[in-house]
Design a protein around this ligand. Structure first.
Ligand code: F6P
Length: 343
């Protein structure tokens, strides 16, 4: 009987998931392993929703965004019955190991199942780049490039109208997308969750710039950025199965305040899910391919309970248990570089 491994993608989708799935399947087949795709993240192991994955099914998916497996934010640890179903179905499928591609939440669940003796290898993904123990996650580079292009485009319309343009990026409680896209796009102010927003200072910077003869400005703000002594701005009160609220809206509040205080006409663009869509960059395709290859290699070595990770330019593995619960924030030294260009 063929040796079988499973593969699932959980949490928010991001560009690069399909290159990982393709690499997992191609490397596994090369080594004589069969791959079963679990559909819609952990939900697929609760309901036993699977699809066969072979060279044919992954053909042509390398440049495609999203995930051919589908995804969900299902947390089986919220419900004893679901938890038991996952373990039962893992056994029913006759899996030798399971590759779990996800962010902090999905990998947190993976770590708990690894404790329950499921043989798991994790692969880190998120546009937010906020996972600890890896220098980069795939999806981030694509999101940054999309945001940078948006900033480039906003420059020309801002300049024609002498306006301040506020651009709100995703990133949850870390400012990676905002800082990278802001530096790459030449933003005049970048605001991130790692440092409270000082509105007076922001307005001073904009006035200073305008007094130098520049009639327009670009302000990038990460969705998780907070005003002094304020709370994060949320879209609604609902929380998901992992206890997260939907962030978003800080850009509009900021835009209103800037216009009110400076008198500069201001417009706001919320980039939203555009940052998660479309074709992955070359960097994300290559990183995803390396991660997928390495995850299968670790299974062949029977090394479980680990996550593949990029450290420097090397792919290594780290214990899954150490990954969850620790958000990787923007380095102060990187933000210092960004600040040189403020105002
Ligand atoms: O974690 C990725 C991310 O895109 C965050 O940047 C954002 O806050 C969140 O997911 C949005 O989630 P949803 O797709 O559920 O709206």
């Amino acid at each position: 009987m063929a040796r079988k491994i499973g593969c699932l993608t959980g949490g928010g989708d991001c560009p690069g998931l399909n290159p990982v799935i393709r690499a997992v399947v191609r490397k596994a087949n090369h080594e004589g392993l069969e791959v079963i795709g679990i559909r819609y993240g952990w939900k697929g192991l609760v309901t036993l929703d699977t699809m066969p994955l072979d060279a044919q099914s992954v053909s042509g998916i390398l440049p495609k965004g999203g995930t051919i497996l589908g995804t969900s934010r299902t947390n089986p640890f919220k419900d004893e019955k679901q938890l038991a179903q996952v373990i039962d179905n893992y056994k029913k499928l006759g899996l030798e190991a399971l590759i779990v591609i996800g962010g902090e939440d999905t990998l947190g669940v993976a770590a708990k199942f690894a404790d329950k003796k499921l043989q798991i290898v994790g692969i880190p993904k998120t546009i937010d780049n906020d996972l600890s123990l890896t220098d980069y996650t795939f999806g981030f580079d694509t999101a940054v490039n999309i945001a940078m292009e948006a900033i480039d485009r906003l420059h020309t319309t801002a300049e024609s109208h002498n306006r301040v343009m506020v651009v709100e990026t995703m990133g949850r409680h870390a400012g990676w997308i905002a800082v990278y896209a802001g530096i790459a796009g030449g933003a005049d102010v970048i605001l991130i969750p790692e440092e409270e927003i000082d509105l007076d200072r922001v307005c001073d910077l904009l006035r200073k710039r305008h007094s130098r003869g520049k009639q327009f400005s670009i302000v990038v703000v990460a969705e998780g950025a907070k005003f002094k002594k304020g709370e994060v701005v949320t879209q609604e009160n609902k929380i998901d199965e992992f206890g997260h609220v939907r962030l978003g809206g800080v850009g509009h509040i900021l835009g209103e305040k800037i216009e009110e205080k400076t008198g500069f006409e201001t417009r706001v663009t919320v980039l939203g899910h555009v940052q998660r869509g479309g074709s992955p960059t070359a960097f994300d395709r290559v990183l995803g391919t390396r991660f997928g290859f390495e995850a299968v290699r670790l299974i062949l070595e029977k090394k479980y309970g680990v996550m593949v990770s990029l450290q420097g330019n090397k792919i290594v593995s780290v214990p899954l248990q150490q990954v969850a619960g620790d958000v990787k924030l923007v380095d102060a030294s990187l933000y210092e570089i960004a600040k040189v260009f403020f105002g």
